[in-house]
Design a protein around this ligand. Structure first.
Ligand code: GAL
Length: 386
């Protein structure tokens, strides 16, 4: 009698434990995306990869992003670039910091406390190197230096070695340069510093920031990378004090600018650029306006050629809260491997007062002939694309 009671108690406790575990793990192993909700890694810790991008290599997805820490100081780079990997895009394994900020040499451009944003990694088939580019502002420069950092690794798991930082295309005019760019630049223009439309006159193009920066190289802040079908890679960044987007070809090794670039959407202040190419060869850009950490309405544009002409389209977001991009800002467009025309819009819901709390918005992009649409979904999965 006592024995059978004991058996029952043991069995009951076992069931309770098993049930509790499966409840718990159902959260972790749920094959769904929950945009804007906490997203935990294999250790049960919130994924910390902001302003990120995803590389697909040999069957694995690699998500690289800014590691943020608690408090406002977390808006600067205190740790480095964090990597997570996944086979299915739902569950992510923490692989640690793959590009560490320098903590020993204050002369290093990536010294702890610098601003290191929007890291993106691409694979170079020829050199077999993984190449990372990011927006870099060395320590105590605010956002004024507007440089691009480059690092590389033999493995997607890192560690990445910091190579250099540059102002793109020093001494090179864009393919679509206008005559007035080559004229003498006035003293006013030489001193102007923007960072947002409110700092600059309406006709910012007349300021000729391009001409001002011709010799020392063009400004480059928010950015992404794109490898085209012919393996040519492009660096796409907000330039000319964020007023104009530049699309710039990289050299064959992806480590420098090739000197072939074009400027688009002058004076439109596009930030957070992202790009995709459909199976029929149409390119789409999704970007944001320029309002710092505060969200604004996304923009989109399409083209049959990466070097344009680009046609401006509407805000791709169509559900409630479309005017704030569902309270987020674009960071990358992720093509789902093995599915035709399946693209995920990746965006950040920033929390600049405590950046580590920032959440991720992943939503499917719907291709509607000549435009794209992003609807809000509380929960969705890859079956959406079938
Ligand atoms: C945003 C930009 C972020 C960060 C922020 C700083 O507009 O997209 O990457 O630079 O400004 O205020």
């Amino acid at each position: 009698m006592l024995l059978s009671l004991l058996k029952k108690i043991v069995l009951l406790s076992l069931y309770t434990i098993i049930f509790a575990c499966s409840e718990n793990s159902s959260k972790t192993i749920s094959n769904n995306f929950f945009p804007g909700k906490e997203w935990i890694d294999n250790n049960g810790v919130a994924i910390n990869a902001h302003g990120g991008g995803v590389l697909f290599h040999n069957g694995t997805y690699f998500w690289y992003g800014e590691h943020k820490i608690e408090g406002k100081i977390g808006n600067t780079a205190q740790v480095g670039v964090h990597l997570y990997t996944s086979e299915n895009l739902y569950q992510w394994e923490d692989k640690g910091i793959v590009l560490k900020v320098n903590e020993t040499d204050p002369n290093s451009e990536i010294y702890k406390g610098c601003i290191l944003e929007r890291p993106k990694v691409i694979y170079n088939k020829k050199t077999k190197k993984f190449v990372m580019w990011f927006h870099l502002e060395p320590l105590n420069m605010g956002y004024t230096s507007a440089r691009s950092g480059v690092a590389y690794s033999d493995s997607p798991y890192g560690p990445f070695n910091f190579l250099k930082s540059v102002r793109p295309n020093a001494g090179v005019w864009p393919l679509n340069v206008k005559d007035f760019h080559k004229k003498e630049v006035s003293e006013d223009v030489k001193s102007v510093y923007g960072g947002g439309p409110e700092h600059l006159p309406k006709h910012v193009d007349s300021l000729n920031i391009l001409g001002r920066d011709f010799e020392k190289g063009q400004m480059a802040r928010d950015m992404t990378l794109f490898v085209d079908d012919d393996d040519k890679a492009y660096h796409i960044y907000s330039s000319e004090d964020n007023s104009t987007l530049h699309i710039s070809e990289l050299t064959e090794d992806y480590l420098s600018h090739a000197g072939r670039y074009k400027r688009f959407f002058p004076s439109k202040f596009n930030e957070a650029p992202t790009i995709m190419k459909t199976s029929s060869g149409k390119y789409f850009i999704i970007s944001s306006g320029c309002t710092g950490w505060s969200p604004n309405a996304a923009r989109s544009a399409s083209s049959d050629n990466i070097f344009g002409p680009w046609k401006e389209l509407n805000n791709p977001c169509v559900s409630k809260d479309s005017l704030t991009t569902y309270n987020s800002q674009s960071t990358y467009i992720l093509p789902v491997h093995g599915l035709k025309n399946a693209y995920i819009f990746m965006a950040d819901r920033w929390t600049p007062e405590n950046p580590i709390e920032g959440k991720y918005i992943w939503l499917p992009i719907e291709i509607k002939e000549n435009r794209i649409e992003i609807s809000w979904r509380d929960k969705w999965n890859l079956n959406f694309f079938n």
